[in-house]
Design a protein around this ligand. Sequence first.
Ligand SMILES: [Zn+2]
Length: 184
Amino acid sequence: MNLSVDVILRFDGNFLVNDPSKVKKPNDNSDLPNHFPLLDRDGKVLLPASSIRGALRSQAEKILRTIGGECAACYPDDKGPRKACDTVYSVSDIERKLCPACKIFGAPGWRSPIEITDFTPSLKGEGSRVDKQEFLAIDRFTGGGADGLKFNATSQFKPTLNGKISVDLAKLVTAGVGGWAMPL
Ligand SMILES: [Zn+2]
Protein backbone atom coordinates (compact mmCIF):
# COMPACT_ATOMS: atom_id res chain seq x y z
CA MET A 1 0.00 0.00 0.00
CA ASN A 2 1.22 3.45 -0.90
CA LEU A 3 0.47 6.63 0.96
CA SER A 4 0.69 9.65 -1.35
CA VAL A 5 0.53 13.33 -0.49
CA ASP A 6 0.27 16.17 -3.01
CA VAL A 7 2.54 18.95 -1.84
CA ILE A 8 2.28 22.61 -2.84
CA LEU A 9 5.27 24.84 -2.13
CA ARG A 10 4.53 28.58 -2.22
CA PHE A 11 7.78 30.52 -2.22
CA ASP A 12 7.63 34.03 -0.79
CA GLY A 13 10.76 35.34 -2.48
CA ASN A 14 13.14 34.65 -5.33
CA PHE A 15 13.56 30.97 -6.20
CA LEU A 16 16.69 29.52 -7.76
CA VAL A 17 18.20 26.04 -8.04
CA ASN A 18 21.44 26.80 -9.82
CA ASP A 19 22.30 25.04 -13.09
CA PRO A 20 26.12 25.02 -13.24
CA SER A 21 26.07 24.12 -16.95
CA LYS A 22 24.56 27.51 -17.87
CA VAL A 23 26.68 29.89 -15.84
CA LYS A 24 29.94 31.74 -16.24
CA LYS A 25 33.05 29.73 -15.41
CA PRO A 26 36.06 31.22 -13.57
CA ASN A 27 38.04 33.62 -15.84
CA ASP A 28 35.17 33.61 -18.34
CA ASN A 29 34.45 37.06 -19.89
CA SER A 30 31.22 36.04 -21.62
CA ASP A 31 27.80 37.56 -20.89
CA LEU A 32 26.59 34.40 -19.16
CA PRO A 33 25.03 34.97 -15.70
CA ASN A 34 26.80 33.89 -12.51
CA HIS A 35 23.75 31.94 -11.34
CA PHE A 36 20.98 30.59 -13.55
CA PRO A 37 17.98 28.41 -12.66
CA LEU A 38 17.63 24.77 -13.54
CA LEU A 39 14.82 24.52 -16.12
CA ASP A 40 12.77 21.56 -17.31
CA ARG A 41 12.39 20.65 -20.99
CA ASP A 42 9.52 23.18 -21.31
CA GLY A 43 11.79 25.94 -20.09
CA LYS A 44 10.13 26.21 -16.67
CA VAL A 45 11.85 26.39 -13.30
CA LEU A 46 12.35 23.07 -11.58
CA LEU A 47 12.97 21.89 -8.04
CA PRO A 48 14.43 18.41 -8.62
CA ALA A 49 13.36 15.48 -6.48
CA SER A 50 16.98 14.99 -5.41
CA SER A 51 17.04 18.46 -3.81
CA ILE A 52 13.89 17.81 -1.75
CA ARG A 53 15.13 14.34 -0.80
CA GLY A 54 18.48 15.80 0.29
CA ALA A 55 16.80 18.47 2.43
CA LEU A 56 14.47 15.93 4.09
CA ARG A 57 17.29 13.48 4.71
CA SER A 58 19.53 16.15 6.17
CA GLN A 59 16.77 17.24 8.58
CA ALA A 60 16.07 13.59 9.54
CA GLU A 61 19.79 13.06 10.25
CA LYS A 62 19.82 16.13 12.50
CA ILE A 63 16.82 14.81 14.46
CA LEU A 64 18.39 11.34 14.78
CA ARG A 65 21.70 12.80 16.03
CA THR A 66 19.92 15.11 18.48
CA ILE A 67 18.04 12.16 19.98
CA GLY A 68 20.62 9.39 19.68
CA GLY A 69 24.01 11.11 19.50
CA GLU A 70 26.49 11.77 16.69
CA CYS A 71 26.57 8.14 15.52
CA ALA A 72 22.79 7.69 15.29
CA ALA A 73 22.99 8.35 11.53
CA CYS A 74 25.87 7.64 9.18
CA TYR A 75 27.70 10.37 7.25
CA PRO A 76 27.25 9.46 3.54
CA ASP A 77 30.27 11.63 2.67
CA ASP A 78 32.39 9.73 5.24
CA LYS A 79 33.26 13.07 6.91
CA GLY A 80 31.94 12.26 10.35
CA PRO A 81 32.28 9.90 13.29
CA ARG A 82 30.17 7.17 11.61
CA LYS A 83 31.20 6.20 8.10
CA ALA A 84 28.68 5.70 5.29
CA CYS A 85 26.60 2.54 5.57
CA ASP A 86 27.76 -0.48 3.55
CA THR A 87 26.09 -1.67 0.35
CA VAL A 88 23.03 -3.87 0.85
CA TYR A 89 22.92 -7.21 -0.99
CA SER A 90 20.00 -8.95 0.75
CA VAL A 91 16.96 -8.14 2.91
CA SER A 92 18.79 -9.30 6.04
CA ASP A 93 21.53 -6.73 5.28
CA ILE A 94 19.04 -3.87 5.72
CA GLU A 95 18.61 -4.42 9.45
CA ARG A 96 22.26 -5.35 10.00
CA LYS A 97 24.06 -2.71 7.94
CA LEU A 98 21.88 0.38 7.63
CA CYS A 99 21.39 3.31 9.97
CA PRO A 100 17.79 4.61 10.37
CA ALA A 101 18.39 7.45 7.84
CA CYS A 102 19.56 4.98 5.18
CA LYS A 103 16.62 2.64 5.88
CA ILE A 104 14.22 5.50 5.14
CA PHE A 105 16.08 7.48 2.48
CA GLY A 106 17.99 4.70 0.76
CA ALA A 107 21.57 3.49 0.46
CA PRO A 108 23.58 1.65 -2.20
CA GLY A 109 21.58 -1.52 -2.95
CA TRP A 110 18.46 -0.30 -1.11
CA ARG A 111 15.92 1.89 -2.88
CA SER A 112 14.17 4.30 -0.55
CA PRO A 113 10.54 3.55 0.48
CA ILE A 114 9.93 7.27 -0.10
CA GLU A 115 9.25 8.34 -3.70
CA ILE A 116 9.47 12.04 -4.50
CA THR A 117 8.62 13.68 -7.82
CA ASP A 118 10.26 16.75 -9.29
CA PHE A 119 8.43 19.95 -8.26
CA THR A 120 7.19 22.10 -11.15
CA PRO A 121 4.96 25.17 -11.54
CA SER A 122 1.26 24.34 -11.36
CA LEU A 123 -0.19 27.33 -13.15
CA LYS A 124 -0.22 27.52 -16.90
CA GLY A 125 2.39 29.99 -18.06
CA GLU A 126 4.05 30.21 -14.66
CA GLY A 127 7.71 29.40 -14.33
CA SER A 128 8.95 30.49 -17.72
CA ARG A 129 9.68 34.12 -16.85
CA VAL A 130 12.86 34.67 -14.93
CA ASP A 131 14.48 37.93 -13.84
CA LYS A 132 18.12 38.86 -13.58
CA GLN A 133 19.34 40.76 -10.53
CA GLU A 134 22.72 42.43 -10.06
CA PHE A 135 24.53 42.15 -6.72
CA LEU A 136 27.63 43.65 -5.21
CA ALA A 137 29.44 41.79 -2.46
CA ILE A 138 30.38 44.04 0.48
CA ASP A 139 33.90 44.16 1.84
CA ARG A 140 33.56 43.28 5.55
CA PHE A 141 36.57 45.41 6.47
CA THR A 142 35.81 48.69 4.67
CA GLY A 143 32.03 48.35 4.39
CA GLY A 144 32.31 49.40 0.74
CA GLY A 145 31.84 47.40 -2.44
CA ALA A 146 34.37 44.60 -2.64
CA ASP A 147 36.61 44.94 -5.67
CA GLY A 148 35.74 42.50 -8.44
CA LEU A 149 32.86 40.95 -6.51
CA LYS A 150 30.00 42.17 -8.64
CA PHE A 151 27.80 39.24 -9.61
CA ASN A 152 24.32 38.50 -10.83
CA ALA A 153 21.67 35.82 -10.45
CA THR A 154 18.67 34.91 -12.54
CA SER A 155 15.69 33.60 -10.62
CA GLN A 156 11.93 33.40 -10.52
CA PHE A 157 9.93 35.52 -8.08
CA LYS A 158 7.45 33.77 -5.79
CA PRO A 159 6.72 30.61 -7.80
CA THR A 160 4.20 28.00 -6.65
CA LEU A 161 5.55 24.50 -7.25
CA ASN A 162 3.63 21.24 -7.11
CA GLY A 163 4.91 17.75 -6.49
CA LYS A 164 4.08 14.50 -4.80
CA ILE A 165 5.62 12.50 -1.95
CA SER A 166 4.68 8.80 -1.68
CA VAL A 167 5.59 6.28 0.99
CA ASP A 168 5.60 2.55 0.26
CA LEU A 169 4.32 1.20 3.60
CA ALA A 170 5.19 -2.44 2.82
CA LYS A 171 8.75 -1.39 2.10
CA LEU A 172 8.93 0.42 5.43
CA VAL A 173 8.04 -2.90 7.09
CA THR A 174 10.75 -4.64 5.01
CA ALA A 175 13.19 -1.98 6.22
CA GLY A 176 12.33 -2.99 9.78
CA VAL A 177 11.97 0.56 10.99
CA GLY A 178 9.19 -0.30 13.40
CA GLY A 179 6.35 2.00 14.32
CA TRP A 180 8.43 5.18 14.61
CA ALA A 181 8.64 5.74 10.87
CA MET A 182 5.02 4.95 10.04
CA PRO A 183 3.25 8.09 8.76
CA LEU A 184 -0.09 7.07 10.29
ZN1 LIG B 1 23.44 5.12 6.86
